[in-house]
Ligand binder design. Structure first.
Ligand code: ZN
Length: 312
């Protein structure tokens, strides 16, 4: 049960005022991004990988590759590619997304950063896509808590499936399955089509090591998992020795506080990214704020998300 991260009490936060001092202008934001995107002195071309690059006088792309002869910036080849926003705006968006536990609505980002709401929404979706990449990792060694929840419509009991026929979620809601590794605190969650046995067990098995202990409630869907213990919520039992799901349930309550408090409505189409955002923020929560921002930034490299894809 050793924690690798420094722990919440030791993590170093940054105030908005300190952030303003750290990033007083575009040049300071640019050198911060460049240091993260290109940690060595090589500054490889994001298109062809060549290190034969030089500074250029292009209006928005300050470097040029001698091999493929194209211009580039830190945005090229990352989730920021194609964005006309100043890098300083991205810094503030990263800061707000890393530090706001319930999530930042695009309306708030629009007002706080002085960008259009459409632009704010697009920034948020791209940062969420980066959070998704943050959540990868080795299979969980456990002990692991597994559970599922429903998002959308009106807030009700978290285990509404108990009142419905097996394997079918409530109408108008989207099911999310999740696991939490008690040893590391890491959470992995995903939107699932169904909440039947094959789906939920398949999800759990894809995330955890074979020998890991698994704790769930008594839902039939989880029966048949290896090293499995249950707690009977139906008879008011919430802890049965080590068998409880309090950890993953507190993650669900954070996700729902965000959903019902901040976003009010997440379209099922985009729910995958919201879930990734909440899992990602949870998974990097023990790091210093500036490290959290760097982790998200690094996860933007090598990924694209086009506006047309989002609205398609
Ligand atoms: Zn090149």
């Amino acid at each position: 049960m050793t924690k690798k991260a420094p722990g919440r009490s030791h993590r170093k936060g940054i105030t908005l005022i300190q952030l303003g001092d750290m990033f007083p202008d575009e040049a300071s934001a640019r050198s911060w991004f460049e240091a993260i995107m290109w940690p060595t002195d090589d500054r490889p071309c994001p298109r062809c990988g060549s290190v034969n690059t030089h500074e250029a006088t292009h209006k928005t792309m300050p470097y040029r590759c001698r091999d493929c002869r194209k211009y580039f910036s830190v945005k090229t080849g990352s989730l920021m590619e194609g964005s006309n926003l100043p890098l300083r705006t991205w810094v503030y968006a990263l800061y707000l997304d890393a530090t706001t536990l319930k999530g930042v609505s695009s309306m708030k980002l629009h007002r706080d950063l002085g960008i259009s709401q459409k632009s704010a929404w697009f920034v948020q979706q791209r940062i969420r896509e980066a959070f998704d990449a943050v959540n990868g990792g080795p299979l969980m060694a456990g002990p692991v808590e597994a559970d599922e929840t429903y998002i959308g419509g009106k807030e009700h009991n978290k285990h509404e499936r108990d009142r419905l026929h097996a394997g079918r979620g409530p109408v108008g809601k989207t099911a999310v399955a999740g696991v939490k590794d008690r040893a590391t605190g890491r959470v992995s969650a995903a939107v699932v089509e169904r909440t039947d046995g094959p789906t939920l067990k398949g999800f759990v098995r894809s995330r955890i090591a074979q020998e890991a202990d698994v704790y769930t409630d008594e839902a039939a869907a989880y029966r048949g998992l290896d090293n499995h213990s249950t707690v009977a919520h139906s008879v008011g039992e919430y802890v049965n020795g080590q068998a409880h799901t309090n950890g993953i349930e507190s993650f669900w309550s954070m996700l729902k506080r965000g959903y019902y408090g901040t976003y009010h409505r997440m379209s099922p189409k985009h729910l995958r990214r919201y879930v990734a955002e909440f899992a990602g923020r949870h998974n990097i929560r023990d790091h210093d704020t500036i490290t959290q921002m760097a982790i998200i930034t690094r996860a933007m490299v090598g990924r694209r998300l086009r506006y047309e894809e989002l609205i398609a």
